[in-house]
Design a protein. Structure first.
Length: 795
């Protein structure tokens, strides 16, 4: 426990900022003005902080001289820094003087207006502050006087702002002990989420710094549930505890024995109807295209399925059949970077609320929503008129609804059965149509049929359906005055009105939609809380944060990114190809420029010596080498400083080089040149590489010499076979193997659009750039070399 001299003592009275001018604050967070931070620093206790714990001794210190110890001690005291340190975390005790209510809070920012404090909705409710207690501060008062409720406050910029004299609270700086235990009591029976630990940890960690004895916590759960708890006991004992940087043990106990019995009863009832049980909903899972899956679902619940593989070139039909005309709906969401949530009645991309059975949703392969979809989330929902807080108290007489779900691909251009059924069919010439029920009957029986039909049947003039006059279907038959919907019972009419003609509010952004389908469209398109997989931070986050631009901002729409990605993509990184610093959101365009450069780059010029693995560098080519196409290393032994305009002397030197190779050889054990005596002996193990006569050699090399083009206006395209150094020969062989390998891989994959591997010239340049390393050569090919037949793709 800190001593009184080291305890922060500070208090001040502030006017509460109206909720209309306070941004949304979570949990127990408050906003204080900047002047409060200055006052807190001034009131903070002074502590000694050593700048260097391993402070070295001064040069004057002598361990054998006792008179230097005092000087060394004073030097160490001067080296210590005495600072005013604020405690962490900074917690406060807030008191409402009008009713004496007290609550503890943590600081969010020091950004409130002067003489005002911003309180979260939770703190305002705990202190008993109602919205009617706040007076409008948007306009200056008409007249100033002693009874005026508004005073003029000058800001630092010299502007005049209005501040309310309405609700006042007193804020005390109070450091709370680290909490070790808290006991929560639920205010209603039946609380039974799947994981209390994860739910409370996430809620308390994200929203609270302190817990106050006697306050009410409202913990949001899944399925729009809210759990209300009373903070009944805290340890260490006191009025409050700090829950930051501590291990907190949480106990949940019922308020009384009656509530405990009711909770146990509801848990047992829920266990009998848990997913996978005989009386509960099915567990869902993966489904396969072309196979039927049967299941059951309780009213108000969902059964979730996933379809991973389907024919993406053909339309896909997702059909559900129900028994006894059960009221079951089907919803579909594509699982992609833009859609991460399971489909629900208020959040889905494709859905069917109709009362027609079987229900069928056809997904076209050209639908933009299916772009980059990894799988399809399919959810079956049984409609229920009960409110969401009564879902867990399902009566025992409600049984699950049976259904069968089926997915199949249909040929393009195939029309649905409903369209085919509406087409007129040919009728027999002897048939006539009944004027009442419009049925086609034989002419000989028309008199008897019409007498019976007019007495018993009636035709709905709107939907052209025939009903028995005394049937319940006709008595309950209805047509919506706002659209073409119709049905034969009151529950279907109630469902239609609740879904299509009742306003719904988004729980995340307070957007009010005229009907449920519009709300679902909002939740899957422009809702800030829509979950996405950010392509830059690779986290599942809401598509729009507090400081991000609006979803409909022009920059967001033109970029094709979400607001979160637009803000997160402003970070920079280094391009792995050119080492330039590029913003993440511009990296795709930057790499596209590299791709265009790669496809437009001319093929490298390779040394015409078939045993050399070098490319030609323009700065090192001589005049005579320009026509032969040899690298400086291979051309060096052929160079002569003589006047040879026709190249006859150069041709003779090449011939003598061939004769020298074939008669004497190079004497290198690694040579594999077929036009070298040593190379022939190294490569031909069957004894056929013996010595050749001059006549045979001349006959072999004559076609090679004649094919060489030498002249100032000609460029040689014929290959030469000159002995080269070991490294160059190895790189040439490695490049040839790499070219054959890439071509074989392309043929195996059947990638017609991507070409059939790399040219040998590009492989030679890759091996040279990679200094003979095969891995670096492959990477160079991927980044800088075009594939055979590859063209610039227009996007």
């Amino acid at each position: 426990m800190a001593s009184d001299s080291n305890t922060l003592k500070w208090s001040a009275q502030f006017a509460v900022t109206p909720p209309t001018r306070t941004r949304k604050l979570p949990g127990d967070k408050i906003l204080l003005p900047p002047s409060a931070l200055e006052q807190l620093l001034a009131a903070a206790p002074v502590t000694s902080v050593s700048l260097n714990p391993t402070h070295s001794l001064t040069p004057q210190f002598d361990p054998f001289n006792p008179y230097t110890f005092a000087a060394e001690r004073r030097a160490r005291q001067l080296a210590a820094d005495r600072q005013q340190q604020l405690p962490h975390p900074l917690t406060f005790r807030i008191v409402n003087p009008s009713n004496g209510r007290v609550v503890h809070a943590g600081i969010r920012e020091f950004s409130a207006q002067e003489n005002e404090v911003g309180l979260s909705a939770f703190i305002r409710e705990t202190l008993g502050l109602e919205d009617v207690d706040f007076q409008s501060t948007g306009e200056p008062p008409a007249a100033e006087g002693p009874s005026s409720d508004v005073e003029m406050v000058g800001s630092e910029e010299g502007n005049i702002a209005t501040a309310s004299k309405g609700p006042l609270v007193t804020v005390h700086a109070q450091q709370l002990p680290k909490g070790t235990h808290v006991r929560l009591r639920p205010l209603a029976a039946g609380y039974d989420p799947e994981d209390w630990k994860a739910l409370l940890e996430r809620y308390l960690r994200d929203n609270f710094t302190t817990l106050t004895l006697g306050e009410l916590l409202q913990v949001p759960g899944s399925r729009n549930e809210t759990f209300r708890f009373l903070v009944d006991k805290v340890e260490p004992e006191g009025n409050g505890i700090c829950i930051v940087d501590t291990d907190l043990e949480v106990d949940i106990e019922a308020l009384n024995e009656e509530q405990a019995r009711e909770t146990l009863k509801k848990r047992l009832e829920k266990a009998t109807r848990a997913p996978g049980t005989k009386e509960g909903s099915s567990t869902g899972g993966n489904i396969t295209q072309g196979k039927e899956v049967s299941g059951q679902v309780l009213p108000g619940e969902y059964v979730d399925y996933e379809l991973h593989d389907w024919d993406r070139e053909q339309p896909l039909d997702v059909e559900i059949e129900v028994a006894d005309d059960a009221d079951v709906d089907i919803f579909i969401n594509p699982f992609s970077a833009r859609h991460r949530a399971r489909p629900r009645e208020g959040e889905h991309v494709f859905g069917d609320f109709s009362n027609i059975t079987p229900k069928r949703i056809r997904l076209q392969p050209t639908n933009i929503e299916l772009q980059d979809a990894e799988s399809l989330y399919i959810s079956v929902h049984a409609y229920s008129e009960r409110p969401s807080d009564e879902d867990e108290s399902i009566s025992k007489n409600i049984s699950p609804l049976k259904f069968t779900i089926h997915t199949q691909s249909v040929p393009a251009g195939t029309r649905s059965e409903s369209v085919l059924g509406d087409e007129e069919h040919e009728h027999d010439p002897d048939d006539t149509q009944c004027k009442n029920c419009h049925a086609w009957i034989p002419k000989r029986a028309v008199f008897l049929h019409e007498n019976f039909c007019l007495r018993n049947n009636i035709l709905c003039p709107q939907c052209q359906k025939v009903f028995q006059k005394r049937s319940l279907e006709w008595q309950n038959h209805w047509h919506c005055p706002n659209d073409d919907a119709h049905g034969n019972d009151l529950p279907s009419q109630s469902k239609h009105n609740a879904i299509f003609h009742t306003p719904h509010t988004c729980s995340n952004c307070q957007f009010e939609a005229p009907n449920l389908p519009n709300l679902a469209h909002h939740r899957t398109t422009t809702c800030p809380a829509k979950l996405i997989l950010c392509q830059f931070c690779h986290l599942v986050v809401p598509q729009q944060g507090e400081s991000d631009p609006d979803v409909l901002d022009p920059e967001v729409l033109l970029s094709g990114l979400t607001p979160h990605e637009l803000a997160d993509g402003g970070r920079t990184t280094e391009c792995h190809l050119c080492n330039k610093i590029v913003r993440l959101k511009d990296m795709k365009t930057h790499l596209r420029h590299h791709d265009l450069d790669r496809l437009s780059r001319p093929a490298p010029r390779v040394c015409k010596n078939e045993n050399c693995g070098r490319t030609l560098e323009g700065s090192f080519r001589s005049r005579g080498n320009d026509t032969l196409g040899l690298c400086p290393t291979c051309f060096g032994p052929l160079y002569a400083d003589i006047y040879d305009p026709d190249g006859k002397a150069l041709r003779r030197r090449i011939e003598r080089r061939y004769l020298s190779q074939m008669l004497r050889g190079c004497g290198k054990n690694w040579c594999v040149n077929p036009y070298c005596k040593t190379g022939r002996a190294n490569t031909q193990t069957d004894g056929s590489g013996g010595a050749l006569t001059s006549k045979e050699i001349s006959a072999m090399i004559k076609p090679l010499i004649d094919a060489i083009a030498i002249g100032p206006a000609t460029v040689n395209t014929a290959p030469l076979y000159l002995c080269a150094d070991e490294k160059s020969q190895q790189r040439r062989r490695l490049a040839e193997l790499l070219a054959a390998e890439t071509e074989a891989e392309a043929e195996t994959e059947g990638a017609e659009e991507k070409g059939t591997g790399y040219e040998v010239a590009w492989c030679v340049a890759a091996v040279e750039a990679g200094a003979g390393d095969l891995g670096r050569a492959r990477e160079w090919l991927k980044n800088f070399a075009p594939v055979r037949g590859e063209r610039v793709a227009v996007r």
